[in-house]
Design a protein around this ligand. Structure first.
Ligand SMILES: Nc1nc2c(ncn2[C@@H]2O[C@H](COP(=O)(O)OP(=O)(O)OP(=O)(O)O)[C@@H](O)[C@H]2O)c(=O)[nH]1
Ligand SMILES: [Mg+2]
Length: 237
């Protein structure tokens, strides 16, 4: 059985923004019609070709940890945040509040990992620009419900947190199977994000950059053994 290295990417955002739809679209390449609210966390796995088309091409597992967004589970969900190699921040293009709350999601994750010391452990004091240099964890922003956003002219479409964090952002309709079709601009950006996550996790030590955003979190890397059955949802609670 081949051993394949893996990275863990958190998918976070307010309840109902479309995290489970997005996660399913990335992993299964097709939309999910009737997602149920995520209780705790669901994990889907996708194979990613790192540096595809180059001599360094290599296959990795990307675990997508789809975190339930309900505020009633805030205290419990922190157990899913350790370790983390990448973060996908998801907001709903028809819901401005869900964009503003991305900062809180980022702070919640970093707070749990002890990264908020220099930010006074307060959401209000959290400055994403400070975060960029110290955390070394790639961030990707996704705006969902593009099909509905076209009708909501008064809403701002893209988020400011993407530019604040120096992150790429895509705007998509998660209900369409071709939204992340190979070769499309959103698909290419997502692929580059996964490359960056893998790069930092496995290939950056020689450049003097820690592959972990917080020293001491993680043991030395161990290969991930490919499961016999095809990867599917599993719930942590
Ligand atoms: N029209 C449209 N509906 C979407 C889109 N993405 C998600 N939805 C719908 O939004 C609702 C919520 O989607 P979910 O993926 O369950 O949301 P979630 O973020 O996982 O929510 P929690 O599990 O509660 O955190 C569902 O009814 C989806 O069908 C989209 O791009 N367009
Ligand atoms: Mg969900």
């Amino acid at each position: 059985m081949a051993a394949i290295d893996k990275v863990k990417v958190l998918v976070v955002g307010d309840s109902g923004v479309g995290k489970s739809c997005l996660t399913h679209l990335i992993a299964e390449k097709e939309p999910i019609s009737n997602p149920s609210w995520t209780i705790g966390c669901s994990v889907e796995v996708t194979l990613h070709e790192y540096k595809k088309g180059t001599a360094n091409q290599k296959t990795y597992f990307v675990e997508l940890w789809d975190i339930g967004g309900s505020s009633s589970h805030r205290n419990a969900r922190c157990i899913f945040y350790n370790p983390v190699h990448g973060i996908i921040l998801v907001h709903d293009l028809t819901n401005r509040k869900s964009q503003e709350n991305l900062q809180k999601w980022l702070a919640e994750i970093l707070n749990k990992e002890g990264m908020m010391k220099s930010f006074n452990a307060s959401f209000d004091d959290f400055d994403p620009e400070q975060f960029i240099g110290s955390a070394q964890i790639p961030i990707f922003v996704v705006g969902t419900k593009l099909d509905l956003a076209d009708k909501v002219r008064t809403q701002r479409r893209s988020s400011t947190i993407a530019s604040e964090c120096g992150a790429e952002e895509i705007l998509i309709n998660c209900m369409r199977g071709d939204s992340l079709v190979t070769g499309s601009a959103p698909s290419e950006k997502l692929s580059q994000f996964f490359d960056k996550v893998i790069e930092l996790r496995y290939h950056s030590i020689k450049d003097g950059i820690s592959p972990h955003f917080n020293s001491g979190i993680e043991k030395p890397r161990r290969p991930y053994v490919s499961p016999v059955v095809s990867p599917k949802y599993y719930h942590n609670d």
